[in-house]
Structure formats: C-alpha cells, structure tokens
Design a binder for this molecule. Structure first.
Ligand code: ADP
Ligand code: MG
Length: 292
C-alpha cells in the first residue's frame, strides 16, 4: 500500500529537553491513524515536524514523495494544529473562500460546510463563534484543498458531544472517499470510533503500534475498588493505589481477581468494578501518570 508519509529516526530537543527520541512512522494511503499518549509525549512535536512546521534535530521526513517544507507538498496535505486562531472579523464563508484560493481544485464551499455541519454558521463572523464552533471551522479548513492526508492535532478537545460527532462525521466521509488522517486525541472512544490503527507515544518514543483491537486489548483494564481491604499477594494486578480507606486495583481480568480475593479470604467491603479510564490505560502501558 502506498506510503504517504515516512518519518525516519526523528529526534528533536527543546532547550535540552527531549521531545522526540528516534521516532520512525509510516502513514499509508487511506488509513486513519490515531496517535495517543500522555501530555508532553511528543505528539504535537511529531505532527509539526512531519508537516514541515518545525525542523527535526535529526532524522528525515518524506511527505507524499517530497519535502514537507516545499509548497508542492503542502498543497496535498491538510493540517489543523493543536492551537489555532481565526481572524475575528471574517465570516466563515469568507474564510473558506480565502483558504480555497490557495488550492487548484478546492471542495465546493457549501459541500465542505455541510460535511462538517457548519452551513448555519456560514455568514457568522469568526470572532462571534463559540470556542467549539471556531474549532470545528479550523478543522474543516484542513479539508478544503482535497488533501490526500490530513493531520489533526486534538481536533475535538473541549467540544461538546454533538460538535464532536459532527466532526467525526466529517472525518469519516473524508476517510470513506479514500483520504488518510493522522489524529491525536485524549479520548479513547474517539480513536476507537475513527481509527484503523493506533500508535501510542510516551516520552518522545513510540511504545505501541497496532490495530485498534490489539491496543484496545491492552487497555481493556478494569478498575476494582474496595473499602478497608487487607490484601494478600495478588497476581494479575497491574497496579494498586490507595486513597483514605479505599484501594484501587487495576486488572485485565476482574473476575479472576475477585475469585482470588475470595479464595485468599481477603477482608473488604463495598466492591466496585468499572472500566478503566484512558488515564488508567496510559498508566498501564507507560508505567506512569499523564503529566497534566
Ligand atoms: P504532546 O503534544 O504529546 O503533549 P509536545 O510535542 O507538545 O507533546 O511536547 C513534547 C515535549 O516537548 C514536552 O516536554 C514539551 O514541554 C516540549 N516542547 C514542545 N514544544 C516546545 C517548545 N516550543 N519549546 C520548548 N519545549 C517544547
Ligand atoms: Mg500536543
């Protein structure tokens, strides 16, 4: 399958701090790749280097067969960085037309706005939109030039559920037409809803790369919470945390853990079993908490 983006052994430091530490990654035509990782893992730095916004300290990037910093290459990709700003007095339709003018075969404006459920905002000034509406416009603009590959850095952070779903629909229809996407997200369900493949980064390195089912398996953790437990040695527990009189145990097999507790005659009350959060999943994969 055609490789659209090829990063090889990328490293990048900021004032002595390592943001990327030998990252190699291929993005293939037509795939939606979800990039997960705790804050500070290097996701935005990777996107910025791959899209030519930032120079790598070492390593190389080939984007659609060319240099990410060349104009010809930039015309076949779309990017929405983590932080974006729109000119306040411009109307949404004007913004779309302005960005369209930079591309040889832009998507029809109404079609684009419709795809991202933005038609009703076409005549509104960007400065008068809510933060979530501005974000949706900023993401939609990445698709104006009929790119082959789009990079979206936390496209839906801070959006409400409806706005998030509207964006998902836009991304899905692009994918259905054969477009490739790399997106970062804090929401495991978002990656699950959209991505064919998941890459997990931590401390500037790729620590997992696989199909959605495989990664989901690695994060199919349960959080078992007990009050006043006197715990025996337990196998199959990924981690134990305590606060006040509660103990929180992470495990891949809650049933086996409960049987183990009972068999060992452990004392406890108020047992609760819930799905682990993405936070917990990161803890399990990376061995440390997200630096939020
Ligand atoms: P992520 O997007 O996964 O949260 P980033 O790529 O933004 O991670 O950051 C990776 C590391 O590089 C962090 O330690 C961050 O503080 C540092 N970093 C990123 N950009 C800069 C910058 N412009 N100047 C200094 N340090 C930076
Ligand atoms: Mg980031």
């Amino acid at each position: 399958m055609t490789v659209l983006a090829r990063a090889r052994d990328l490293s990048r430091r900021f004032h002595g701090a390592t943001a990327l530490d030998g990252v190699s990654l291929d993005i293939r035509a037509g795939e939606v790749l979800g990039l997960l990782g705790p804050n500070g893992a290097g996701k935005s730095t990777l996107i910025n280097v791959m899209t030519g916004l930032l120079r790598p300290g070492s390593g190389s990037v080939e984007l659609c067969g060319g240099d990410p910093r060349s104009e010809a290459t930039r015309r076949v990709i779309g990017v929405t960085p983590q932080e974006t700003g729109l000119p306040e007095t411009w109307r949404v339709a004007e913004l779309v037309d302005f960005v369209s003018a930079h591309f040889p075969d832009p998507v029809d404006r109404t079609e684009l706005l419709d795809r991202f459920d933005l038609v009703s905002l076409a005549d509104r000034q960007a400065g008068g939109l809510s933060g979530g509406q501005q974000r949706r416009v900023a993401v939609a603009l990445a698709f104006v030039g009929r790119p082959r590959l789009v990079f979206l850095d936390e496209p839906t952070t801070g959006l409400d559920v409806d706005a998030r779903r509207a964006l998902w629909e836009g991304i899905r229809s692009f994918h259905a037409e054969g477009g490739a996407v790399l997106l970062t997200s804090h929401y495991i369900e978002e990656v699950e809803a959209l991505a064919d493949r998941v890459v997990v980064m931590d401390r500037g390195r790729i620590i997992a790369d696989g199909g959605i089912a495989e990664i989901r398996g690695r994060v199919r953790l349960k959080r078992v919470t007990l009050t006043d437990p006197v715990l025996p040695e337990l196998i199959g527990v990924t981690s134990i945390e305590r606060d006040a009189d509660r103990a929180h145990l992470l495990t891949n097999d809650a049933g086996a853990l409960v049987r183990e507790l009972v068999t060992a005659g452990a004392s406890f009350t108020d047992i609760e079993i819930e799905s682990a959060s993405l936070e917990d999943a990161f803890l399990a994969i990376t061995g440390h908490r997200r630096a939020t």
